[in-house]
Design a protein around this ligand. Structure first.
Ligand code: K7E
Ligand code: CUA
Ligand code: CA
Length: 645
């Protein structure tokens, strides 16, 4: 399983023999038990490579991955940041990180969580402190129109505190955060791609959110010792208002989420249909499920008043439990059986299939969308007949991407590989055509890949050019930096028949999912508009210190290389709101505003306004200075804040 580019080369000539050589025979590749998984993780992955043996130079020379100095990338990537609570913006194919968009956690670079405006988005407690200071982003997805990204919004989950963040892609800033009521471990997220009933609404209006951890509902101290009463909720958030429209109560749990191209279905893989509260219990059944939510029916049930609510929340909750949904004519959900503890569900760009990866099973399960709809319509007797393929791929399949040419690419966590397979061939193989070779190619990645995505993968415009892989372990790939290793992000050229590894870079842990799309789909604004800030200081003459008893408003205008006013006179104990407007109109001319010993620093972009509030509790002279290099006289760009004792 070690990196060996000679093997990649051989692989590209003889995939068959490499498959045999590189695939351990684990009990004829049957299901992995929990113990086997742990054991395999150690023997196949974590202890598999000795440093120094494998670091052949990457094949980058002359390949199209190179973006020369001064050239621009052709794709944007939006990457979840992981437990740094932010979203990364990458340029591809270079892999250069261009930006980090803070969402759930403070970012001291721009002052996210420090300015009043950002704190309002993040949410504060009655005492003014931030509601939460930690987060964990896993999945980021963009808004759709006609099946492709429209560049309006992106949404990202916070698994830790069950929040949804929305990013305005025009300014690349988070503008709303919604807390999901009665949800713990909010994991998968996916926007719908159009409305299920109104053909005129061909764009995203809902965002679906899967609750991974079942708890007593409401989780207020009752039913602690009654696991059979633990439930989880699948939530629908309005894309515009960001309010929670409805929730569906389900047995077991949700993990990842995917949506159909016709807007009719949202799907979530379930790994704990057992409803286990202990580790072993979650792996006791041979099969789990992929649950499909019938959006139009659920919204009709809400309109008809067929819902309940939980204490502490007014959100309508429909009944999506198994027992309540056995009659296809009225069912709100359809539950398809898939092998043991699946991970990942992805919708193919032709709109026909959902693919669940097996995780503890070496398989991928292909579920045909039309057949799920047929079951709801009473035309398919057995919902499990919606499964059109269940084929072996390798050990530890997690996530799947698509190239728009009928091929799927699935990460194999335990095998440290990506497998390219043909969906139609898999369906034929499943149907009894043993000659149908569905595995097209395999490539070693370094190491233990989790998420994977291809350029434009989950859109109607999947273009099959680039495939990025988030490897959870980097081991020996980079200079050692102590115990906490970087992760390894690798880029694979998938434009030809054979996959070709072309680039890798380390990344600070730990991103999960990401999307890659053509740069033309995004048109960021390069300047703010003063009209969007009601508190803007519109001209230098409006700047000054305005006192109302102990409440003081300091209005500051910045024009490089000076602040106006340059002297701020305060009295100890004043309650100060300090508003800074950057009146510069030149792109890239941002200023910072740092106040020594007051724990304040933030950035104000051209034509933006930002404010902070604090109590002037420390007397003395405080040189507030511009912290963002803006001008030859940047060091002189200061204001003297005097706090009288
Ligand atoms: Cu990392 Cu998407 Cu949270 Cu799989 S999940 S790897
Ligand atoms: Cu303004 Cu530096
Ligand atoms: Ca299970």
């Amino acid at each position: 399983m070690c990196a060996d580019l000679s093997k990649d080369t051989k692989q590209s000539v003889e995939p068959e023999s490499v498959e045999q050589a590189s695939q351990p025979d684990l009990g004829r590749r049957g299901f992995l038990g929990a113990a086997a998984l742990a054991g395999a993780g150690v023997s196949l992955g974590l202890a598999g490579c000795a440093p120094g043996k494998t670091s052949a130079p990457a094949e980058t020379a002359g390949s199209s991955v190179e973006v020369k100095p001064g050239e621009l990338d052709t794709y944007y990537g939006l990457w979840s940041g992981g437990h740094t609570g932010d979203v990364r913006v990458l340029g591809l194919p270079s892999g250069r990180e261009l930006h980090r968009i803070p969402v759930f956690t403070r970012d001291v670079l721009v002052g996210w969580g420090i300015t009043n405006e950002s704190r309002q988005v993040m949410g504060t407690k009655a005492d003014g402190s931030l509601q939460y200071s930690v987060g964990d982003t896993h999945h980021v997805h963009g808004s759709y129109k006609d099946g492709n990204y429209d560049g309006r919004y992106a949404w990202v989950n916070d698994k830790l505190n069950s929040r949804v963040g929305r990013i305005r892609l025009d300014y690349m800033v988070c503008d709303k955060i919604t807390k999901l009521p009665n949800v713990q471990g909010f994991h998968g997220i996916f926007p719908d791609k159009r409305d299920p009933v109104d053909p005129a609404i061909n764009y995203t209006t809902r965002v679906f959110c899967g609750g991974e951890f079942a708890t007593p509902l409401p989780n207020d101290g009752r039913d602690l010792e009654s696991p059979e009463k633990y439930r989880s909720l699948f939530s629908c958030v309005d894309a515009e208002t960001m309010e929670v429209r409805w929730q569906a109560l389900i047995d077991g749990n949700c993990d990842l989420v995917a949506t159909s191209y016709d807007g009719k279905l949202a799907a979530s893989n379930q790994y704990n249909t057992e409803g286990g509260t202990r580790y072993e219990d979650m792996m006791s059944a041979e099969r789990d499920a992929c649950i499909f939510f019938n959006i139009a029916r659920i919204e009709q049930a809400v309109r008809d008043g067929r819902y309940s609510t939980f204490a502490g929340s007014k959100v309508p909750v429909v009944d999506g439990t198994r027992a309540a949904n056995t009659d296809p004519a009225t069912a709100l959900v359809a539950i398809v059986s898939v092998p043991k503890n699946p991970h990942g569900v992805n919708a193919s760009p032709d709109g026909k299939y959902f693919i669940c990866a097996g995780k503890l099973s070496p398989t991928a399960t292909v579920i045909e969308l039309q057949k799920v709809l047929d079951w709801f319509d009473g035309k398919l007797a057995d919902i499990d007949a919606a499964i059109v393929a269940e084929v072996e791929l390798g050990l530890g399949p997690l996530h799947t991407a698509f190239d728009g040419r009928g091929n799927a690419y699935t990460t194999l966590f335990l095998d440290s590989q990506v497998v390219k397979w043909n969906v139609d061939a898999a369906i034929r193989h499943h149907g009894g055509d043993n000659a149908a070779q569905y595995v097209v190619d395999r490539i070693d990645v370094h190491y233990q890949p989790g998420h994977i995505n291809a350029s434009q993968s989950e859109t109607v415009a999947a273009d099959g050019k680039w495939l990025a892989v988030g490897c959870k372990f980097s081991k020996d790939r980079f200079l050692p930096i102590g115990p906490l290793h970087p992760e390894n992000e690798q880029l694979i050229d998938i434009s030809g028949d054979k996959m070709k590894l072309v680039h890798e870079h380390p990344v600070r842990p730990e991103p999960h999912d990401f999307i890659i799309f053509k740069r033309e789909l995004l048109a960021p604004k390069m300047l703010y508009n003063l009209d969007d800030f009601p508190n803007a200081v519109r001209e230098q003459k409006d700047a000054g210190v305005f006192r109302n008893g102990k409440e003081v408003t300091v209005k500051i205008a910045s024009v490089a290389p000076a602040f106006e006013p340059r002297e701020i006179r305060l009295k100890r104990g004043d309650k100060v709101t300090l508003v800074v407007t950057n009146l510069d109109k030149i792109e890239d001319l941002a200023h910072g505003f740092g106040i020594p010993d007051y724990d304040i620093n933030f950035v104000v972009n051209p034509q933006q306004t930002a404010s902070v509030s604090f109590v002037a509790d420390k007397p003395g002279v405080f040189w507030c200075y511009c912290t963002h290099f803006c001008h030859a006289l940047h060091l002189e760009m200061r204001a003297r804040m005097i706090v009288e004792a």
